[in-house]
Design a protein around this ligand. Structure first.
Ligand SMILES: NC(=O)c1ccc[n+]([C@@H]2O[C@H](COP(=O)([O-])OP(=O)(O)OC[C@H]3O[C@@H](n4cnc5c(N)ncnc54)[C@H](O)[C@@H]3O)[C@@H](O)[C@H]2O)c1
Length: 446
């Protein structure tokens, strides 16, 4: 690590104690950006990096609600408004017991670069709560969402800050949040994305992150004149991103071997086909059961408490959560012949795991590039809401493909190394940074 990076990170540690995920995300970006900034005095002299790591605003609030027994529960709500240089704040809401300020600052920081890479006019934000929807009744989830929005509504708006879903926040939660926003403000507008098709949502939005991830993988494989046909794919997670990544992989002729949840993973050597995937969707989205039920139904192995990275594959798609793939997992993947890792989740690979991939010249795509399809289609949902019009499925899907192609081209532009290997992480960081930094320069010291 060079001296300027060390100095910058040390300052950051002092200013942001107890936020390891945020430090991890900034360190990863700073390591590729600082050498670039040193060659560009206009960024260095305007202290862009020092400004970009400081959220423009953070809101933290109490979320009291009554459970089904009539008892009072109290959660904590957050919204981190990170950067509005290129557009209104945009980024999801996460409901999970692990949510705290540091986790949301890491996600909001990543969102700056991701949103910039999409080419759409979206700033960056992230929010959520330590509320756990798992095991709660629909009624309890609704009461929580209504209480959460009763405070959040005053900080968001269709032209200022537009939240979406993330872990624990899917169509059901967006519905309850939107209903309460409309009730309080009297306004029916595009304040949230991920809405239902009948009430302002965009076709392809639920599929967008998973589909976009697979489109990005296709772009990576194309540089080696390969395709997904016949490739073995391991996937973690079984939520929104994992389900639609699996769906697109199956459609492209790949064999999906694994899927997981926070309790373990299933390994289906015959491959998860369309019908089995429909079962997973029903299990996770409707009956809200655990993935081990799949193993019982389809007579395959279930590995409690484990992650799927020891299974031999060509392509690995971590789609669950941050730091779910560590250095030992990375070594096992390389040993098993995996040649491409693309992140559907945000920061699922630890820095040590990424180093293993780079050393072995495994294609590695960071989430801010590979999973940007979700926020990109959220941006398209905002455009449709402004037009008060709905685009066809084909139109949105084609736009998504175009955007993933462009993001891949940006990664090549700034990430191609002297030996021909592509460092997608460096490419995504620098490319995402330049647009935001130039906007910040143009707008003065604000
Ligand atoms: N939904 C989107 O549009 C979107 C866009 C970009 C990135 N992401 C990222 O993708 C990841 C998954 O999000 P999602 O929207 O699919 O959420 P989801 O709530 O639909 O699914 C999350 C999945 O992760 C699993 N999981 C959660 N914590 C875990 C843990 N500690 N260990 C193992 N598994 C765990 C859950 O069981 C579930 O299968 C997150 O990192 C999210 O930030 C989502």
């Amino acid at each position: 690590m060079n001296e300027s990076i060390r100095h910058f990170i040390n300052n950051l540690k002092v200013r942001n104690p107890g936020e390891p995920e945020f430090l991890q995300a900034v360190t990863e970006v700073a390591t590729s950006i600082i050498p670039y900034i040193e060659s560009e005095p206009r960024y260095r002299n305007s202290r862009i990096l020092e400004r970009i790591v400081e959220p423009e605003r953070v809101v933290m609030f109490r979320v009291p609600w009554l459970d089904d027994k009539g008892e009072i529960q109290v959660n904590r709500g957050f919204r981190v408004q990170m950067n509005s240089a290129i557009g209104p704040y945009k980024g999801g809401l996460r409901f999970h017991p692990s949510v705290n300020l540091g986790v949301l600052k890491f996600l909001a920081f990543e969102q700056i670069f991701k949103n910039s890479l999409t080419g759409l006019p979206m700033g960056a934000g992230k929010g959520g709560s330590d509320f756990d929807p798992k095991g709660k009744s629909d009624n309890e989830v609704m009461k929580f969402c209504q209480s959460f929005m009763t405070e959040l509504y005053r900080h968001v708006g269709a032209d200022t800050d537009i939240p979406a879903g993330d872990i624990g926040v899917g169509g059901r939660e967006i519905g309850y949040l939107f209903g309460q926003y409309k009730r309080i403000t009297g306004a029916f507008n595009g304040v949230l994305t991920g809405k239902g098709n009948e009430w302002g949502g965009s076709l392809i939005r639920p599929e967008a992150t998973g589909y976009g991830l697979v489109y990005f993988v296709e772009e990576m494989l194309r540089t080696r004149e390969e395709s997904l046909l016949g490739k073995k794919v391991t996937i973690s997670g079984s939520g929104n991103v994992a389900q639609f990544a699996a769906e697109k992989c199956i459609e492209k002729g790949a064999k999906v071997l694994t899927i997981s949840d926070s309790e373990g993973f299933i390994y289906d050597p015959a491959g998860i086909d369309k019908e089995k995937l429909e079962y997973i969707k029903d299990l996770k989205n409707n009956t809200r059961g655990r993935i081990k039920k799949y193993a019982a139904k389809y007579h395959c192995e279930y590995f409690p408490g484990e992650r799927p990275w020891k299974i031999k594959c060509d392509i690995a798609l971590p789609n669950a959560t941050q730091n779910e793939l560590d250095v030992n997992d990375a070594r096992a993947l390389v040993k098993g012949g995996c040649s491409c890792v693309a992140e559907g989740a945000n920061m699922p690979c630890t820095p040590e795991a990424v180093a293993v991939f780079n050393k072995a010249q495994v294609f590695y795509a960071p989430g801010k590039a590979a999973n940007a399809g979700g926020v990109a289609v959220s941006g398209l949902e905002m455009s449709q809401n402004s037009q008060r019009y709905s685009w066809t499925r084909t139109k949105v899907d084609n736009k998504l493909k175009e955007i993933m192609h462009e993001i891949h081209a940006c990664c090549l532009k700034y990430g191609r190394m002297a030996d021909g290997h592509v460092n997608y992480e460096q490419g995504a960081n620098i490319s995402g940074f330049v647009k935001v930094a130039d906007a910040m320069l143009a707008q003065g010291v604000v």
